[in-house]
Design a binder for this molecule. Structure first.
Ligand code: SF4
Length: 361
């Protein structure tokens, strides 16, 4: 099976083939990883880009069944970072050559929040004369809001579909207009139309999810012609409705393993996109992110959120790095990346090559 891979065009894989590849174990799985690593080196090079992550606010108008900051969880303190705190963290990112920031928040679409993000973007673009690249991950918004935020300086946007199978999507979200599958897909199209470098992603190892679902997630990324993907293992949070199914899902280490296979296959079928090595991977295995980088991922998002807020941005249980600043991890992270024969693209935006080539054509 693996030998046949080398002669295949990136867009010739069927769902059943991808599903079979996701089931590989042992030597064949290692060969799959080696092939994905080869493709990455050839197509985009062995470089990792850092994006400084700011968990800007944890208030959310939604109630996704898997998420620790869902509206109905009353056990957390809701916060929003002060503008000065955001600017200070952004200045730190700039001075440490990160070149890019990710502003992430719960989903709010009230005009106050929309205005605040717009103002924030304008202020952030003053740092280093506009040289900080900005990714937003603030959920579904109207096309007009996306246009305003794009005009204010954001140029990448991550909106995870979480599960591209509509039936599965409905099992992990409440059934109401706030959690509408088609609306979410429409939002991804809007982001692309506005001009954002557009990202999406899924959770891996969810209750009720099959390998066929994951294979179809990969084909969904391809069909949507997505520029970047952030996907990782599903980790449960005990204060959520989905927690009741914990005994029915794969052990954590198998969810990580499956996530690594997803990263490798995605690199093979979409060789030039950006793929993030996520914190959920590192939560399961301290070397999880580096393992993902070695076989296909090329983006890491070190958390720059002030420590005082981190306990209240727990999307899942046992999230790592609650008491660690970037300063304390920097040396280890750099050494680990060097060990897997990669360099860090300090000072570079590291935009998706897939997106850049699309724009040129
Ligand atoms: S996943 Fe996002 S939209 Fe859903 S509850 Fe959590 S923060 Fe809100």
């Amino acid at each position: 099976m693996i030998n046949g891979l080398r002669n295949r065009l990136a867009d010739s894989f069927s769902a059943s083939e991808l599903s079979a590849l996701l089931a590989l174990e042992g030597k064949e799985k290692e060969q799959l990883f080696e092939y994905a690593a080869e493709i990455k080196k050839r197509e985009i090079g062995n470089k990792v880009y850092f994006r400084g992550l700011l968990e800007y606010a944890n208030a959310c108008s939604k109630d996704c069944y898997y998420c620790g900051i869902r509206k109905s969880n009353t056990g957390i303190q809701r916060y929003q970072m002060e503008k000065e705190e955001v600017l200070k963290a952004a200045q730190y990112a700039y001075e440490n050559d990160f070149a890019s920031l990710v502003i992430q928040s719960g989903e709010r679409s009230d005009s106050r929040f929309v205005d605040q993000i717009e103002e924030l973007l304008k202020d952030l673009k003053k740092i280093g004369n506009g040289t900080l690249g900005i990714t937003l991950s603030c959920g579904e918004q109207t096309k007009e809001t996306y246009q305003r935020w794009y005009a204010a300086g954001a140029h990448r946007y991550l909106l995870r579909i979480e599960a591209s199978n509509e039936k599965l999507y409905h099992r992990i979200h409440p059934q109401n207009d706030k959690h509408n599958f088609n609306k979410r897909i429409q939002s991804i199209y809007h982001l692309k139309e506005v001009g954002f470098q557009t990202g999406t992603g899924v959770m891996i190892g969810l209750p009720f999810q099959t390998l066929d679902d994951l294979a179809n997630d990969l084909l969904f990324f391809k069909a949507m012609d997505i520029d970047m993907v952030g996907m990782g293992p599903y980790i449960e949070h005990q204060e959520t409705p989905l927690y009741q199914y914990s005994s029915q899902i794969l052990p954590l280490k198998d969810r990580l393993d499956l996530s690594l296979k997803m990263v490798a296959l995605l690199r093979i079928i979409m060789p030039k996109i950006n793929i993030a090595a996520t914190t959920a991977m590192q939560t399961i295995d301290p070397q999880g992110r580096e393992k993902a980088i070695a076989i296909g991922a090329n983006v890491i998002m070190p958390n720059l959120t002030p420590l005082k807020y981190r306990d209240d941005y727990l999307l899942y249980n046992n999230k790592i790095g609650l008491d660690e600043t970037f300063e304390t991890q920097k040396k280890d992270l750099e050494a680990n990346i060097q060990r897997i024969d990669h360099s860090i693209g300090y000072g570079e935006w590291g935009d998706s090559k897939h997106y850049k080539e699309k724009k040129r054509n």
